[in-house]
Design a protein around this ligand. Structure first.
Ligand SMILES: *[C@@H]1O[C@H](CO)[C@@H](O)[C@H](O)[C@H]1NC(C)=O
Ligand SMILES: *[C@@H]1O[C@H](CO)[C@@H](O)[C@H](O)[C@H]1NC(C)=O
Length: 227
């Protein structure tokens, strides 16, 4: 991630969602992902993912299947050394709108991703027009190729099988729907503290603070508690 000195970030994205738990899919990237950009800049070694960025191209993959509720995890090794201007990304998205609001304000008209399947994306690219200090620090291409790695992708989710999944995945009477347990409806005190520490120590971009991008009219969820 841009300008970040910490080289390895263990990122567990708990996308509070999912259906019939197809038991843990301890995944193999070749089997679960397709390359969406930079075919010759992507490789796997022993099932571990290697994303490469050089001046000619970056690289990106996305999951073959879409998920509704559950967890998708992956260990990520960010680009070591001077990686200013590069962005290693990992996220779950529906359509093309990257969106990670964790709290559900659906009843206030703020969209919450519980009615559409989401695919998992990972990518490495250059965004030196904005990434590091608002674009002032450029990617130093003499340091290329930049390499980020992914390991132990694991999805424990409700697979999205079309609109039928909306009800099925949310049904608390289906035993495999572990995410419907009340303990997953809110972070515990300890988890909140941990989240706060991670945000203050490692978060370098917050779309809710990006007033340039939204021309001052911030998305409605930004004025709410986010987790
Ligand atoms: C780019 O990296 C090279 C090699 O490490 C270094 O000599 C050079 O000063 C760097 N350029 C900038 C603009 O930082
Ligand atoms: C999140 O999605 C909602 C609905 O699609 C949209 O109104 C909001 O602006 C999105 N936020 C971001 C940062 O894209």
């Amino acid at each position: 991630m841009a300008g970040l000195r910490v080289q390895t970030l263990i990122f567990v994205l708990v996308a509070a969602l999912a259906i019939l738990d197809r038991t843990a899919v301890e995944a193999n990237f070749d089997k679960n992902f397709i390359v969406t950009w930079g075919k010759n800049h992507i490789g796997t070694t022993n099932g571990n993912l290697r994303l490469v960025l050089d001046k000619s191209a970056g690289s990106a993959i996305r999951s073959k299947v879409a998920h509704l509720f559950g967890t998708v995890e992956m260990l990520i090794k960010l680009v070591p050394g001077n990686s200013a201007g590069t962005v290693a990304a990992y996220y779950v998205v529906r359509g093309w709108n990257s969106n990670q609001s964790f709290r559900n304000y659906e009843n206030e008209g703020i969209a919450y991703p519980n009615k559409q399947g989401m695919k998992v994306f990972a990518s490495l690219w250059s965004a030196d027009d904005w990434a590091t200090q608002g674009g002032r620090v450029k990617t130093n291409w003499t340091q290329a190729p930049f390499v980020a790695e992914g390991r132990r992708y694991k999805a424990r989710t409700c697979l999205w099988q079309g609109p039928v999944s909306i009800k099925q995945c949310a049904d608390p009477t289906i035993r495999s729907n572990w995410w419907t347990s009340p303990s997953f409806s809110q972070l515990t005190r300890t988890q909140l503290d941990r989240m706060q520490k991670i945000r203050s120590g490692f978060m370098i971009y917050d779309y809710c603070k990006d007033t340039n991008r939204f021309k001052g009219v911030m998305p409605p969820e930004c004025s709410k508690r986010q987790f």
